[in-house]
Design a protein around this ligand. Sequence first.
Ligand code: ADP
Ligand code: MG
Length: 424
Amino acid sequence: MNQDKIDLYGPLKKYFGFNKFKGLQEGVVRSIAEGNDTFVIMPTGGGKSLCYQLPALMKEGTAIVVSPLIALMKNQVDAIRGISEHQGVAHVLNSSLNKTEINRVKSDIENGITKLLYVAPESLTKDEYVDFLKEQNISFFAIDEAHCISEWGHDFRPEYRNLRKIIERIGNVPIIGLTATATPKVQEDIIKTLGMNNANTFKASFNRPNLFYEVKPKTKDVVADIIRFIKQRPGKSGVIYCLSRKKVEELAQTLQVNGISALPYHAGLDAKSRSKHQDMFLMEDVDVIVATIAFGMGIDKPDVRFVIHHDIPKSLESYYQETGRAGRDDGEGYCLAFYAYKDIEKLEKFMANKPVSEQELGHALLQEVVGYAETSISRRQYLLHYFGEEFDPVNGLGAKMDDNTKNPKKKTEATDCVVKLLKV
Ligand code: ADP
Ligand code: MG
């Protein structure tokens, strides 16, 4: 191995125009540039893409990037093409390409022009592609959204489970796994399934010190509570999550009737309305989006000031992701969840027709949600503990930024819950 440290700042400036790395990026990029298996756990918005894009651009050969969503791949390819003089520097390989396009991709790879090849995991199962890639100079494999490998993650994709075998067929090259999912169970699953026991692991903190967490009992006045909350924040952007499309429509209408600028968003709307409502939110033509979980993937609005959960989500993982859309600019972000045990029972009922193993899993995840909603210790501490991270509720960053530590309950009650939490 070359003893001199590889220069990373030159390429960082050249390709991305940045002067500094963000968070743990430098160590990650160095690890990959030096050819090590590398496991990266960083919250959404942490800058994971650059972690593999930069070393891919620096290295000989083509890096293969596995990603679950075609739309996200296309965005990334466009962005990379924007910084290079050659269109072929990045390509997507998928089923929508015709013969000519596929040949173009292949020749760019053969000629060493393509530095990043994005593929959906299902495309990688095709023998035709595997046989071709096997003959090429592959710099490394990056598995983005690596939690898709795990049934414990919030977005399980069965095709991800075969990746290790396919990678082995293509060649003995370093593997990079990246995820925003921090639960220890999912991490173990990723390491095991991708065979990354000896990987350099980089885990960023999941603490979001600028977010305030509150849980309120959900009563029949929940809608009035929401209206009051919003009216105290005129002109501020916010998202309200509901479980069902019907509730989304109803609530959006009620808000409108009450003079709040709000629009619905759910998968039942046609694509045109969906993208119109989303754009209006991004352009600040509307203050509030009432949505199902269909809303949010890849949305990067920096000044969302509140996220309200009209219905509690089915896991703390989802809760963290959804509340994480508030305060991206490090400004105020208020996360208010309405909780009634009845809603947990409803979620349990939804699972009744699923296989037993799935029910057990869903039940375990829900119990964590109950624990969070009913705890009287610092909510931040509870949430971070769930992600395998310790938090000092007195001196930690973001201490006192939740209902429980701001207005502590009786001492005995609180001690009880600490004991319970530590046993988890
Ligand atoms: P993730 O995949 O972790 O959610 P992204 O890769 O999408 O995050 O990056 C989030 C944002 O951070 C992007 O807008 C990206 O341009 C920006 N970013 C990444 N690295 C840097 C850096 N070193 N300096 C400044 N901005 C950065
Ligand atoms: Mg990403």
